[in-house]
Design a protein around this ligand. Structure first.
Ligand code: S3P
Length: 170
């Protein structure tokens, strides 16, 4: 791949796709630092994502998310797990394009995502089946604009990481 790319890999995808677990493993394999955008935001606020949404609302969360993205994008190399909504915000999309990093969409079927998210409690935008599906459908065209797509489904993080490594990105 051309060598004026920044050594930044952004993992894109809906909530529950496994961006954090895949990102952790991928970073280990590449010997690069791993950055989880949600974790950075939580650490900066001293509050969970759910608490930030409850106290200050989604619009404020999106401001924090953008500011965090600007910061983490300054340091390469890094594997960066985005939040499910990050890539769907135009300002973030544009910023990521400008960094000349690589974007990889972890594409997981809706049903599998629903099952996974049902067992977790820190997702304020996980409400009911209808709004979950609607959000997923709204975001699909945006996720599709990532440079690479990896079908995840029921595959293990190890298998997914191997497929990413096989892309021979860096
Ligand atoms: C969000 C997904 C979450 C988190 C926040 C908003 C979204 O990240 O950033 O709850 O808009 O889909 P995960 O994709 O890691 O769950």
């Amino acid at each position: 791949m051309n060598n004026h790319r920044q050594k930044l890999i952004y993992l894109v995808g809906f909530m529950g796709t496994g961006k954090s677990s895949v990102g952790t493993l991928l970073a280990q394999q590449m010997g690069w630092p791993f950055v989880d955008l949600d974790t950075i935001i939580e650490a900066g606020q001293g509050a969970s994502i759910r608490e930030i949404f409850e106290r200050a609302g989604e619009a404020f969360f999106r401001q924090l998310e953008h500011a965090a993205l600007v910061e983490v994008s300054k340091k390469e190399p890094a594997v960066i797990a985005l939040g499910g909504g990050t890539f769907a915000q135009k300002s973030n999309f544009d910023l990521i394009r400008q960094t000349r990093g690589v974007t990889i969409w972890l594409d997981c079927p809706l049903e599998e995502l629903w099952q996974r998210c049902s067992t977790m409690d820190n997702r304020p935008l996980f409400r009911d089946r209808k709004s979950f599906s609607r959000l997923y459908e709204q975001r699909l065209p945006l996720y599709r604009q990532a440079e690479f797509r990896i079908a995840t489904g029921a595959r293990s993080p190890e298998e997914i990481v191997q497929e990413i490594i096989r892309l021979g990105l860096f």
